[in-house]
Design a protein around this ligand. Structure first.
Ligand code: CMC
Length: 427
């Protein structure tokens, strides 16, 4: 069996044999298909990149039909249960789990880079008291680029590594500062004696307790949540990281763009939309009415559906279980009943079954965040902290990939032909 695809152009009767590699044909091979020699050649049209592979990657594997997610070959369930987030960070970036020695060195490096320049505080002071924390986060990540002008040397591995450490270390600090600003609370400096997640909780919740210790269950919950959000192959924000990074801009600017892409309600902003939706539904008995609205296309069931998963999102399954552990400490979120009822009805209803719509990662995460008393608008920031690692791993892979070029899609131009300018007074 030949690994080729034969394409016959019925306009000319000519046949072309295109090589197939990894179940894919190279879009550039279509360019040879022309009716006349002076034509541009055939392109492929794929709005939303629904069937276009933009890269070859060795980082994350998803089987959307079976509901499988693996980082570098390791099942997400095992990593969530047994690894720390910083181990997962090393795995995603370097390709292998670290040895103890490599891990201790990495943890030390991340820990000593958690502080941000003092000017960052005055930068954040410029935001109104009610500014959305995600706007503050995106802007402050972009602003980091001005503190590290050497970061533009993106083709140098040592330089790349230094910026990756800085970003992983500093995003929790920027996130926590954004939170404290929005609450009118003084900023809390990082604590080097705590774990990555423990330090984050301290910067968020500590009010004047010199020996503040995060609750171990909540600390572990955050490690799991960061791990679950760490990477998800070529989603909207990761594609943005790769596309912006492909211009060889510094990683702070590229990561700010990726975070901006994450913010939208169809992507990482969905976790906050789920909470607004649950609050709007208000009680369990109103669920059937809301489902009717969704089926009439008057609303989306936020936290449901996925471009790749046509089965239960494995992350949602882990988060649902985690929610119960967190609720033992925080008390049960009263919206849980509504969420469970929504899931129950949706999983039985033909509309959702036919379209293979299942809960995604955002469906239950917001319930945990709310139980921990995070304001709803802060949820996408929490997503961004974990995803920073994935964005960086994908950015590095893109820069090292000799087949990659600056991201620059084509278009099908359907606008006006050439016409002459008419002066304003004659129009
Ligand atoms: N509620 C109701 N109907 C839906 C939903 C939903 N949440 N999601 C998809 N559908 C319907 C959609 O209307 C379409 O129906 P039809 O074929 O009859 O027109 C069908 O299902 C296929 O949907 P699609 O919009 O073509 O699928 P997509 O791959 O373009 O969109 C999605 C994927 C995640 C944007 C979409 O499912 C959605 O908007 N979900 C709600 C927002 C959400 O939860 N986003 C988080 C995604 S997971 C984590 C992340 O990326 O941040």
């Amino acid at each position: 069996m030949a690994d080729t695809l034969t394409v016959t152009d019925n306009r000319t009767g000519k046949s072309y044999e295109l090589p197939i590699s990894h179940g894919t044909v190279n879009a550039m091979d279509f360019r040879q298909i022309k009716v006349t020699d002076d034509e541009f050649g055939m392109m492929v049209y794929d709005p939303g990149y629904k069937n276009t592979a933009s890269c070859k990657s060795r980082i994350t594997f998803i089987d959307g039909e079976k509901g499988i997610l693996r980082y570098r070959g390791y099942p997400i369930e095992q990593l969530a249960e047994r690894a720390t987030f910083l181990e997962v960070a090393q795995l995603l970036i370097n390709g292998e789990l670290p040895t103890r020695e490599q891990h201790e060195k990495f943890v030390e490096e991340v820990t000593v880079h958690t502080f941000v320049h003092e000017n960052m505080k005055s930068f954040l002071e410029g935001f109104r008291y009610d500014a959305n924390p995600m706007s503050m986060f995106i802007s402050s990540v972009a602003a980091l680029s001005s503190f590290y002008p050497e970061a533009k040397d993106v083709l140098d591995e040592e330089c790349r590594r230094a910026q990756m450490i800085r970003l992983i270390a500093k995003v929790p600090t920027l996130a926590a500062f954004a939170y404290r600003h929005s609450q009118g609370l003084p900023y809390v400096y990082p604590r080097n004696d705590l774990s990555y997640s423990g330090n984050f909780l301290a910067m968020i919740f500590n009010i004047n307790q010199p020996n503040y210790q995060p609750h171990p269950t909540l600390e572990r919950a955050f490690d799991v949540l960061f791990t679950l959000h760490a990477d998800h192959e070529q989603n909207c924000s990761t594609s943005t990281m790769r596309a912006v990074g492909s211009s060889q801009v510094d990683p702070y600017s590229a990561l700010a763009a990726a975070a901006a892409a994450l913010y939208g309600p169809l992507h990482g902003g969905a976790n906050r939309m789920v909470l607004y939706m649950l609050e709007e539904i208000g009680s369990k008995d109103k669920v059937p009415e809301f489902i009717k609205k969704v089926k009439n296309r008057e609303a989306l069931l936020m936290g449901f559906g996925h471009r790749v998963y046509k089965n239960y999102d494995p992350r949602a399954r882990i988060i649902k279980k985690l929610a119960h552990e967190v609720f033992e400490i925080t008390g049960v979120n009263p919206l849980l009943d509504i969420a469970l009822e929504l899931e129950r009805i949706a999983l039985e209803d033909e509309f959702f079954v036919k379209r293979k719509l299942y809960p995604n990662v955002d469906f239950y995460s917001g319930l945990i965040y709310q139980a921990m008393k995070f304001p709803i608008d802060f949820y996408p920031v929490l997503f961004a902290i974990g995803r920073t690692v994935g964005w960086l791993a994908q950015w590095r892979e893109m820069l090292l990939d000799k087949e990659q070029k600056i991201a620059r899609p084509r278009q099908i131009y359907l606008g006006e032909g050439a016409r002459d300018y008419v002066p304003l007074e004659e129009r």
